[in-house]
Design a protein around this ligand. Structure first.
Ligand SMILES: Cc1ncc(COP(=O)(O)O)c(C=O)c1O
Length: 410
């Protein structure tokens, strides 16, 4: 289109953007490099993707009238039942009508934002937080209340302090608290039981719902998991985002929101997709019915445990001056370089050396932390995903990052 406008020597139409879009970068996302060792994305390891042929065959034959039709808007009834029992086996108490099937957890997050946010509202996020959520939140014109974390998870004392200060300044309370309590993205920290209970207490005292984004809960390598916030909640104050992206395959785009019935009823009306794809829902149901899901979750755990081990060993030997969190689950390791290392520059240099990573600055939502203890968008952190690359690539990729760092210092 641009070419034809140029040829005719006329002025291109410049649409007047909505405020929510004007805040977004106009540059298209960088093309994915297929040569570099990928530590940047939370993609699945290709070797762990399950064979869904039999499930897809059944979905397209025995279930054709259902799977090639428009989907039921809240999700296939069997899928809602399945998700409710999957969650209840993990300590929650939800019914099928409290489940909304969505096109991945990110879609659920976007819907919850559409339900809850007006321009000028504030929301609570951790500093750092899941970076893909940041432009979604930002498009709604919110202010961020950034709360620090330690090795027990989100600092509830800091949260209380921030809420008190907002109230003292005559400000409205934040509209929700967003957190990833299990194997946090990007820090890998898991909230302790005490912190979970304290968070729910404070949130309830201020009447603020909590969005619990928990894609990695079952990607657990060792140790026991604390109950989900949803399982601990007694006040209908937790909206959980779940997904099959990390349990089966991200390309299927099936996730869910577990929330009180009235919330689900409104979210359904905000959903503009004609129903989440019934074909991929049925493929997952058939896969689970045949016992594939449980076996696959075990495989996911053992494959990524081996990836984690290789990553940790490579970091210890190649980058001993870097502090890391030790992930007991999930896809990521969070690196703290010495203060004088600028990881924005290092990420560019590492890409030249053939390994991609995400600099830590991308994970800070940007409005400055609620407490002066944590500097805003510090420059010496980075996230490496060990999910996508093979174990041998992981070792080689860490060597490349170490070489890139040496070359920056030379
Ligand atoms: C914290 C968090 N939430 C949500 C998602 C996305 O999940 P989905 O593929 O279901 O949209 C991810 C994936 O990387 C994630 O890390």
């Amino acid at each position: 289109v641009e070419q034809s406008v140029l040829e005719q020597n006329v002025t291109a139409v410049q649409p007047v953007l909505a405020r929510r879009a004007a805040r977004l970068a106009a540059t298209p996302p960088a093309a994915e490099s297929h040569e570099a060792i990928p530590f940047d994305s939370g993609h699945a390891f290709p070797g762990v993707l399950p064979d869904l042929t039999a499930a897809a065959q059944a979905a397209l034959t025995a279930f054709r009238a259902e799977t090639l039709q428009y989907g039921v808007r809240p999700g296939l009834p069997e899928m809602r039942e399945f998700i409710a029992s999957y969650m209840n086996a993990d300590g929650a108490k939800v019914t099928a009508d409290e489940i909304l099937v969505v096109n991945g957890a990110k879609h659920g997050l976007d819907l919850l934002c559409r339900l809850l946010l007006d321009e000028g509202d504030s929301i609570v996020v951790t500093a750092p937080t899941y970076f893909t959520s940041i432009p979604i939140f930002r498009s709604f014109g919110v202010e961020f209340v950034e709360i620090g974390q330690d090795d027990e998870g989100m600092s509830v004392a800091e949260l209380e302090d921030a809420l008190r200060r907002l109230a003292a300044a005559g400000r409205k309370p934040p509209k929700f608290i967003y957190n990833v309590p299990d194997y946090h993205n990007p820090t890998a920290v898991t909230m302790t039981r005490g912190r979970r209970e304290a968070l729910l207490e404070v949130a309830a005292a201020h009447g603020i719902p909590v969005i619990e984004d928990s894609p990695y809960r079952k990607v657990r390598f060792e140790g026991v998991l604390e109950p989900s916030l949803k399982a601990l909640d007694r006040r209908n104050g937790v909206y959980l985002l779940g997904t099959f992206s990390k349990l089966v395959a991200p390309g299927l785009r099936i996730g869910w929101v577990a929330a009180p019935r009235d919330v689900v009823a409104r979210l359904v009306q905000l959903k503009s997709d004609g129903g989440t794809c019934p074909l991929t829902q049925r493929i997952i149901l058939e896969f689970a019915r045949a016992g594939g899901l449980e076996r696959h979750i075990e495989k996911v755990q053992s494959v990524y445990r081996a990836h984690r081990d290789r990553m940790v060993a490579a970091l210890n030997s190649e980058l001993p001056e870097v502090k890391t969190t030790y992930p007991h689950g999930g896809y990521y390791v969070w690196l703290e370089f010495p203060q004088n290392v600028d990881t924005d520059a290092l990420a560019k240099r590492a890409a030249d050396f053939g390994a991609t990573m995400i600099p830590g600055s991308k994970f800070f939502a940007g409005a400055g932390p609620a407490s002066s203890k944590t500097p805003s968008a510090p420059k010496h952190f980075a996230r490496l995903a060990y999910s996508h690359a093979s174990p041998d690539e992981i070792e080689e990729g860490v060597k490349r990052i170490a070489s890139a760092l040496r070359s920056m210092r030379a």
